[in-house]
Each structure stands twice: as structure tokens, then as C-alpha cells.
Design a protein. Sequence first.
Length: 219
Amino acid sequence: FIDAVVFDLDGVITDTAHYHFLAWREMAREMNIEIDEVFNERLKGVSRMASLELILEEGNRQNDFTLHEKETMAEKKNQHYCQFLNHLTPQDILPGIVELISAIKSEGVPIGLASVSKNALTVLRALQLDNTFDYIVDASKVKKTKPDPEIFLTACNRLEADPERSIGIEDAAAGIDSIKASKMFAVGVGNTLYKSDYQVAATKGLKWENIKSEYQTWR
Ligand code: B16
Ligand code: MG
């Protein structure tokens, strides 16, 4: 009765969201822009260049740079971010995720991954999860960033799943919006994802039995 489950990567499978934040904060400081973890919520699930635009807006510097300069800034942030990825191991998979994935797979329900990150495959390889998902949609396969539904719809489509009979799991407001725009059941990981259909505070609270019963109530 459930066609597919589609996972976000950063912040759901592993806490790379924090590394993105550290790398952006350093880049922003060089521009004399200060960002904090509250502001960082707005960057989650948002593509690299769109994130940079939000940061420059925050510092009122959105008109100060050429496209080429912005690309250089984004590239610098990415190099810093990739240094963190070098230290990533399977131990960095967030609590409860391995158990959740095996519970879903034991019922033969296909799983997908929906990440707007250009580094998604690098992250999955470091976690040794690159052969775990039935289909992976990353930045190379979509034109629009979350909150557009394109990424979750693409995952459902390739998994031959009806979005209305599928579940998406996200830690970002933009991601929950993307799932809802796809008409899927939205599971939020966090405390402020008001638009999710079911929310847990942290990944260790993601129990397949609970998700299924919440989904059934929603249907
Ligand atoms: P990159 P997700 C997103 O991944 C992150 O949440 C977001 O913070 C980041 O800016 C974006 O990927 C782009 O990442 O710079 O590696 O291409 O949450 O969709 O898995
Ligand atoms: Mg995320």
C-alpha cells in the first residue's frame, strides 16, 4: 500500500547540514556578513548558488558582485565543505537511519534519494550507502531546487511510484514544501516543520511502524 519512500540526504541521512553551515559562515565572514544557525535553516535544501544569493541579501550586498565573482565565492565555499567530507565515514550515518532503511526494504518497498547537492554521490560513497537506494536524484538530474516539486516527482516517477501513495522524509522547510507540492506524505525531522504531515524531533524517532500508521491515518 506504500509505493516508495524518498529520503533527503543532508540532515536526514547524515549531518552534513552542519558542515554546509560552517563553510558558508566562513565565506560570509570574509564579506563581513554574519550568519547564525537560525538563518541557516533557510539554506537547507536550497542549491549552492541560491544559498549564496540569500546570504548576500542578508548582508545587503546582493548587487555588489558579478556572476563570475559569485561563482568564485561559491567554489571556495564548496572546497571548504569538501574538506569536511574527507572525514566522513559510515559512523556518521544519523541514529535510526540504518534500521529504518532495512525495515522498509524488508517489506519490498523501494527507496529513493532526493538531494539538490552536487556532492550527493561523494557523501553517499563516504557513508557506504551508494548502492543502498533504488534511485538517486541529485543536482545533475533536476533543473529546479527545492521547494519546487521536481526533485521528489522525478524520484517517484523513476521508482514507478504514485506520489500520493509515497512518503518523503526531510529536515528542511524547503524540502517539506517540495514534498507537499508533490502530493506525497511528508515526514519532518525537526521541531519547526509545521507543514509536515508527521514530525519527529530527531532521526532516532523515525520508526517504520509509526510512520506507516501515521500515513494510514492521513490517507
Ligand atoms: P552542494 P539536500 C542540499 O542538500 C543542502 O541541504 C543545502 O544546504 C546545500 O546548499 C545544497 O544541498 C547544495 O549542495 O553545494 O553540495 O551542491 O538537503 O537537498 O540533500
Ligand atoms: Mg536536508
